[in-house]
Design a protein around this ligand. Sequence first.
Ligand SMILES: [Fe+2]
Ligand SMILES: [Fe+2]
Length: 191
Amino acid sequence: MANVFEVLRRDHDEVRHLLAEIEAGAPLVGVSESERLVVRKRQVDRLITEESKHEALEEEYFWPAVRELVSGGRELADKAIRQERRAKFLLEDLIGYDPSKLRYEEMLDCFIDEAREHFAFEEEQVWPELRLVLTPERAEELGTKIDRARRMAPTRPHPHTPPHPGLLKATSPFVGTADRIRDLVSGRGRH
Ligand SMILES: [Fe+2]
Ligand SMILES: [Fe+2]
């Protein structure tokens, strides 16, 4: 069993690893330009999937706890959700964008910087506050809920869906299923 901080840390580590991989670039030696672009698109698809799941799970479970328990939690959650929403719009744009365009790489650079800033905000300004008020039992319970919901969490960003936890909880399994079907049909994430 992992508590909420361990579960979220695992996600952050995974996404940070993908960001570093993307920054390092797709292989250039011995591959054609079209092969390089396929690899690039796959790297970014994986990032979109992991980041979408992570932020959706936070919106459903983590931010409601911060709002409820942390003094000043509402402001912290509002700020983080604004950052997450911006990230979702960027990812949504990346899904349909041609990876051979310069703008694609510019959008990626922008996403990478903002994602790191967002994770640092959560880890340095939000987690310490929540640690002070969350009992070990509740931290475990929250971690378990997030881990359980991950299986059906959305794999696409959905920037137009209002980030209301109740709505997300009610619709997430359906959205998650629909995302997986779209991923399967489009070949996205098939690697
Ligand atoms: Fe977040
Ligand atoms: Fe996070």
